[in-house]
Design a binder for this molecule. Structure first.
Ligand SMILES: [Zn+2]
Length: 296
């Protein structure tokens, strides 16, 4: 059992790291941890998380009633309380606005494509909880749908939320989400994402067990039901991972067209002849070679 002073120190350290890495600006973000069975340690509101001291933390009960502390608890306390209510295994919660991941949340693009093996074996998928006004009871409602099956999620037009078995593990999941978002953004800017095929995703899921990684829920087995699952009001009980069927030869499947980014080849074959096209040198050479061949 972590002592109270250690928990306070961990929250201060994680706040410092979140601010130093640009996951929060000004007084944004909040961190909490379970202090025994019926109390929480919570960061205070209106304080920069990069400059906290251990004595600043509030102690609340599981309904959010302040029991101790000079400052008031975080304005996003309701969201934290909902996580602890839904996930008895959660011992810490982190919320911040990491800019690249939040960019995905603003664009409405969930981080649920089968891109990185490490992410698939740890977090699985990172969905987007519906937009809700920050600090109101709407936000815990939006989070409720996903929190049973996910250790990390994006919050539409707001930020990211993670939970863990201790303060650092919740924080590391925030790092993983931002890192994943960064890599996804670069791949999309390059115009292509090679996705991990479903067979390989199933294999990676098997590794969770052999590595002893505790996942809150399995990957959804049937991709055809995804639409119903995502649009319905029920809590998710599995994780949506978008992975194409492989061709049996390669474990990666090229996916040149990603939302908001059309590949050069797709642009080159666009039906509207007036649109600007951009080609790589190799693509241009191939087109010229084809044209010469057809002239012969
Ligand atoms: Zn926020």
């Amino acid at each position: 059992m972590t002592t109270e002073s250690q928990l306070r120190a961990d929250i201060v350290e994680v706040g410092r790291r979140m601010y130093a890495r640009g996951y929060t600006a000004s007084n944004d973000g909040n961190i909490s941890a379970r202090l025994g069975d019926d109390r929480l340690l919570m960061t205070p509101r209106s304080v920069c998380k990069g400059f906290m001291t251990p004595d600043m933390m509030c102690i609340t009960d599981l309904n959010g009633k302040k029991l101790q502390g000079d400052l008031d608890p975080s304005s996003e306390m309701l969201m934290h309380l909902e996580v602890y209510r839904q996930r008895p295994d959660a011992r810490a919660v982190c919320h911040a606005h990491p800019p690249i991941a939040t960019g995905f949340a603003v664009a409405g693009i969930p981080l649920d494509r089968a891109v990185l093996a490490e992410v698939l074996t740890t977090l699985g998928s990172i969905p987007i909880a519906e937009y809700a006004t920050p600090s109101t009871s709407e936000l815990p409602e939006a989070v409720r749908k996903y929190v049973k099956a996910h250790d990390g999620m994006l919050l539409a037009n707001h930020g990211a939320l993670t939970l863990g078995t201790d303060v650092l593990s919740a924080y590391y999941k925030l790092e993983t989400i931002e890192h994943f978002a960064k890599i996804s953004l670069v791949a999309r800017m390059l115009g292509r994402e090679n996705l991990i095929a479903r067979d390989e995703v199933d294999r990676l899921q098997g590794l969770r067990t052999s590595y002893g990684i505790k996942a809150p829920a399995p990957i959804c087995p049937d991709p055809t039901v995804l639409g119903d699952l995502l649009s319905g009001p029920e809590q998710m009980t599995c994780q949506v991972v978008r992975a194409p069927e492989g061709d049996g030869r390669s474990r990666l499947v090229a996916d040149p067209i990603v939302p908001g980014q059309t590949s050069a080849v797709a642009r080159a074959t666009a039906p509207d002849g007036d649109e600007e096209i951009r080609l790589t040198y190799r693509e241009l050479s191939a087109l010229i070679e084809d044209a010469i061949r057809s002239l012969r």
